[in-house]
Design a protein around this ligand. Structure first.
Ligand code: ATP
Length: 202
């Protein structure tokens, strides 16, 4: 999977629809202070399913919506679209029929986010797993924000391990294992209840 294009509208300082082409290889973002470099990186994390306000440098999730400036009124929604080339068919099975994937996250003030992949509404978890399986994702070490290198050097071993797991593409497997364990526990509870009922009937 190869990222091709990032489109933003109403996201933080990007009030007008704005499109960035992402070429193969390493991408660096340069520009004067306050021009929106970090906002751009945050838009990429956000569309991949980042759900912590802290990671978005925001008080609440609605703070990613353009808050108004000077004569421009605030917006009530924001959306970010990430276009991915899936010609190598490495996306998870349920999305693998399409050579191009368009992942859209939209937020409406006070109403939370919705996600779509190629027009079909999906859960946040589907989007997070799509990127986790591709060894990228909102926490990917491929996205280097300001101060991250020094944070990495000072990180605890458990946190460093999480970064390595994300890079190795196994973090999606951890999520699935956790969900499978929860389902197994629920099934065991049901089974023991069933045994109680069966014993009473004997
Ligand atoms: P630096 O080089 O100083 O780190 P930067 O290029 O990374 O700067 P950002 O931090 O991405 O800049 O952008 C900061 C700008 O985004 C500020 O002017 C801030 O007011 C604006 N901004 C952030 N959130 C919003 C929002 N919700 N609505 C409007 N503007 C916003």
């Amino acid at each position: 999977m190869q990222f091709q294009r990032l489109r933003l509208s109403g996201f933080k300082s990007f009030v007008e629809p704005t499109e960035f082409r992402i070429e193969p290889g390493l991408t660096g973002i340069v520009g004067p202070n306050g021009c929106g470099k970090s906002n751009l990186l945050e838009a990429l994390r956000w569309v991949m399913g980042a759900n912590s306000a802290k990671a978005m440098r925001a008080g609440g999730m609605d703070d990613v919506i353009f808050a108004g400036s000077g004569a421009r009124p605030a917006r009530n929604h924001a959306d970010v679209t990430l276009t991915i080339d899936n010609a190598d068919r490495t996306a998870p099975a349920q999305f693998n029929d399409d050579p191009i994937l368009e992942v859209v996250r939209r937020i409406d003030r006070g109403e939370g986010s919705t996600y779509r992949i190629n027009g079909r509404e999906v859960r946040a978890r589907d989007v997070q797993l799509l990127f986790a399986d591709a060894s990228t994702g909102a926490n990917s070490p491929a996205l280097v924000r300001q101060g991250q290198i020094s944070e990495l050097i000072g990180a605890k071993p458990q946190n460093r391990r999480r970064i390595l797991e994300e890079a190795a593409g196994v973090s999606g497997l951890h999520t699935r294992r956790h969900e499978a364990e929860l389902r197994l526990r629920a099934a065991e509870t049901n089974l023991s209840r069933l045994e109680d009922v069966a014993r009473e009937l004997e």
